[in-house]
Design a protein around this ligand. Sequence first.
Ligand code: ADE
Length: 420
Amino acid sequence: MTVRHDIKDIGLAPQGKLRIEWAEQDMPVLRQIRARFEVEKPLQGVRIAACLHITTETANLGRTLQAGGADLVFCASNPLSTQDDVTASLVADYGIPTFAIKGEDTETYYAHIKAALDHNPQITMDDGADLVTALLKTRQDLIPGMYGSTEETTTGVIRLRAMAADGVIRFPVIAVNDAITKHFFDNRYGTGQSTIDGILRATNRLIAGKNFVVGGYGWCARGIAMRAQGMGASVIITEVNPFRALEAVMDGHRVMPMHQAAPIADYVITSTGNKHVIDRDDFEVMKDGCIIANSGHFNVEINIPALQEMAVSSREIRPYTQEYVLPDGRRVYLLGEGRLINLTAAEGHPSSVMDMSFANQALSAEYLVKHSKELDNQVYPVPENLDRLVALLKLEAMGVQMDQLTDEQQEYLTSWEAGT
Ligand code: ADE
């Protein structure tokens, strides 16, 4: 049987397969779920369309869903994050229809989403809510057959909550991002490490001793700041939320407005989920040689059109590093076209954290099949028992033992009479 696909080069499959196996070795929780799914087949015959970053880790999620009996199709959730050897292996070795090419233009990106919807999914998985948005706009005929949808990332959850408030959502959605075993680890340690990895692969520059500005102090930004600090940078945070700003100060960072940080910045990395965090007026005062990149979901955090308009010339000086020369001769270096730097110039989060994120995805898909009828057209958290299960399985796989409450301690916690 031919497997539907639109990918770069099927000949890359052998390399992709090796890399998928390498990732699998550091994904013990997903492996356990896959072993159970192979026996229980909780997703037997369920059509799933997953619009995710197509990486080695995502391939292992695909193998898990497939083991559960799902009839799966993949499409890219970002034009620049696809790993072309992985798409080749997904098609050639695992028989999973895949529509994703690294560097695809906007038209192809949406054609790939359409191809995924042509699979008539009963469950959609999103990283940024583009697939579910396209479904609700163009394929309302699919709604009656839907078990529901899952969402991987903060930006997508924000979009979906806005849709739920407007009554646009027509089936239950599970906010995988909000599971503790997702955002505490993937967003913080995953983004922290992979963002630095992307910056280093693109620039090969030193971080120690530099002024490293991070836009935002949410989970992802905290991780980036923590790792930059660990490498010897002097970290500056820009924030609009007073609690987060305070936390950043007490974590040892300076906090100031972006316009004040721009003239002293050696690096500026955005991770806010909002637009034009670095704007025209910031480019006007940036020092010569400043390196800028984005680690938020969409490529709107840096006002790239303004930079392009202001520049007198531009060239790609290294892969993923675009030099813009301003009228007074100052140079600004934009990494990865302002798209998620960890997935454009590096390989995304390491497998060990994606293990927990994608365990939540697999368990949420199973949950939707079992419980969809009891749910409303709302955004739901991952059920706490599943989140907890992921944590327990991860600890077990890491060989870490916790303490247990004694009966006396248990009783103490549930009584109110003991006092001074
Ligand atoms: N998002 C961030 N890193 C990722 C990875 N390695 N795979 C899939 N999605 C990701």
